[in-house]
Design a protein around this ligand. Structure first.
Ligand code: GRF
Length: 214
């Protein structure tokens, strides 16, 4: 059992509203990392949280994902990070991260996984005409939007919803569900139940997931 609280890193590339929610929920964030200049870095600065810009050198086909992931791991080591939570991080990360932090990388996705994986989950749900979509918090693996599900919550699709309005309603759920789930997960790591082997099954009972099928 580790007596110290696990050290949490948040990876964010966008507006950082989930990061804000994590900070406002009172979770201690050791470092925020972004791959580009974005509002998330300002959120970290305003909250007095350390922030690092690990900028991508290219968005082209020549991007070295393993090299970037390895540099990220070095950065996380410098901050003695135990748990990594992606909150709208727009670079797909690879082996070096998932080997070092196996079972300790979390993600939130704006659909009821396994439905609507990928970058356009909200648009795809709208186009599919489903009546209900939602949010999923899961342990991330090298396979994008795969990995053990920790918590899910349904969000209804309303008549007249645009991609933006539906995504915002999903994010309202994520801003509550993600901090709650991270808090429980950090507790399992602190109490020695974390699973560095990458087969995490820290399923968090959430009555709101009952019957949530997609
Ligand atoms: C969230 O919907 C998350 O699921 C997705 O990106 C969004 C991040 O929102 N991966 P924000 O940038 O924190 O507002």
């Amino acid at each position: 059992m580790t007596s110290q609280a696990p050290r949490l890193a948040i990876l964010a590339s966008g507006t950082g509203t989930l990061l804000e929610a994590v900070i406002e929920a009172g979770l201690c964030v050791t470092v925020v990392v972004s791959d580009r200049t974005c509002r998330a870095l300002q959120v970290a600065a305003s909250a007095g949280v350390q922030a690092e810009l690990l900028e991508r050198d290219t968005f082209g086909a020549d991007f070295d994902r393993d090299g970037y992931s390895a540099r990220l791991v070095q950065l996380l080591h410098r901050y003695k990070v135990d748990v990594v939570a992606m909150a709208g991080f727009a670079t797909v990360l690879t082996g070096p991260l998932f080997e070092r932090y196996a079972g300790r990388v979390l993600n939130t996705h704006p659909s009821l996984l396994p439905a609507f994986k990928g970058w356009h989950a909200v648009r795809d749900a709208l186009q599919a005409g489903v009546a209900v979509t939602g949010a999923t918090v899961h342990v991330a693996t090298e396979q994008v939007d795969e990995g053990p599900i920790l918590a899910q919550e349904e969000v209804p699709v309303l008549g007249g919803d645009s991609e933006a309005s539906l995504h915002e309603r999903i994010k309202q759920v994520e801003r509550r569900l993600y901090p709650e789930t991270i808090r429980v997960f950090l507790g399992t790591v602190r109490d020695g139940q974390g699973d560095p082997g990458g087969t995490a099954q820290h399923i968090i009972a959430n009555p709101r997931t009952q019957g949530a099928t997609q």
